[in-house]
Design a protein around this ligand. Structure first.
Ligand SMILES: [Zn+2]
Length: 312
């Protein structure tokens, strides 16, 4: 391992499986968090409270959906060198189906939050900024992430106020989305996790930035090989139906999932998807471990891409 690898390894070891599970459970208490409902609004508040409790200054992006006001929360670990550049780690916090929307997508939301918790530690410095974005309105058609791209793409890299050294929207270096990360029981679906359960890293071949997106996916595959403890990762080029889609022509964009969205999830690999059975109690320790391996994969990759180091 290089010095950067060892640093990333130490950082990844600070992720806590039990804490990841507690965050999933915390989100589950708000039910399916369907956009436009009180339980969705309360869940956004709860996410914001957690981020603040770790020391972040949170921000809200306000937008409209079908004429009604909506908001989504994000927080940023500000870079100490290139704070005008950033990686975005995303997950949608809204759900549907009338259950607890645990796998779709408390699992990805908690993953991004657990990485945020680790990076909040005052002894951790990042060269580039890292933003934790908990998108709303994914289930209605990626509307939260789309609104963010529409409202903020043109603000990238602008110092505001001029001379302040503050960059409200650092230039996007990459967007890494997490959506449904725990359930890989094969197809036909088995009672237990599949022996070959893996983390699927997808980019979209038919996008403007596909070559750089493939490079970003390779960085995640390499990080998985080095830092994930239990499950391998596989790469493919059919990223679809996820919040990284609105970014993919502008910036390298990938998505991490339990299964490929079009060819596996779309063909029945997850019977709890958008169902009342997407509950905390539905998932085994092995399922949580698969989600945790996706967290190890992303943090390991971002540690190197973002130049993250631990002081002392
Ligand atoms: Zn989802």
């Amino acid at each position: 391992m290089t010095a950067a690898d060892s640093m990333a390894q130490t950082l990844v070891e600070r992720l806590d499986l039990d804490h990841y599970k507690r965050l999933v459970e915390g989100l589950a208490q708000f039910g399916d968090r369907q956009q436009g409902t009180e339980r969705n609004a309360r869940a956004v508040d709860w996410i914001e409270e957690q981020l603040r409790s770790w020391g972040y200054e949170t921000e809200r992006h306000h937008y409209e959906h079908e004429g009604e006001p909506r908001s989504q929360v994000y927080a940023t670990k500000v870079g100490s060198v290139a704070h005008h550049e950033m990686y975005i780690l995303g997950a949608h916090m809204d759900g549907r189906g009338g259950g607890q929307a645990v796998n779709d997508n408390a699992s990805g939301t908690a993953l991004v939050m657990e990485i945020a918790r680790v990076l909040a530690s005052p002894d951790i410095h990042t060269e580039r900024s890292v933003r934790f974005a908990l998108w709303n309105n994914e289930e209605t058609g990626l509307n939260g992430a789309r609104a963010y791209v529409e409202d903020r793409a043109n603000l990238q890299g602008m110092e505001d106020p001029v001379g302040s050294g503050r960059y409200p929207e650092p230039t996007w270096m990459g967007m890494i989305q997490h959506d449904k990360v725990m359930f890989d029981r094969g197809n036909p679906v088995q009672d237990e996790q599949a022996l070959n359960a893996d983390v699927d890293v997808e980019y979209q071949l038919n996008s403007e930035r596909w070559e750089e997106s493939a490079q970003l996916a390779i960085a995640l595959i390499n990080a998985n090989r080095m830092f994930a403890t239990h499950h391998p990762a596989a790469m493919s080029n059919g990223m679809s139906n996820t919040d990284s889609t609105p970014f993919m022509d502008l910036v390298p964009a990938v998505s991490l999932r339990e299964n490929r969205r079009l060819y596996e999830t779309g063909n029945g690999a997850n019977p709890h998807w958008h169902q009342t059975t997407d509950l905390f109690e539905t998932f085994s320790d092995a399922d949580f471990m698969l989600g945790f391996n996706a967290a190890q994969t992303t943090l390991g990759a971002v540690a190197k891409l973002g130049g993250i180091r631990i002081a002392g």
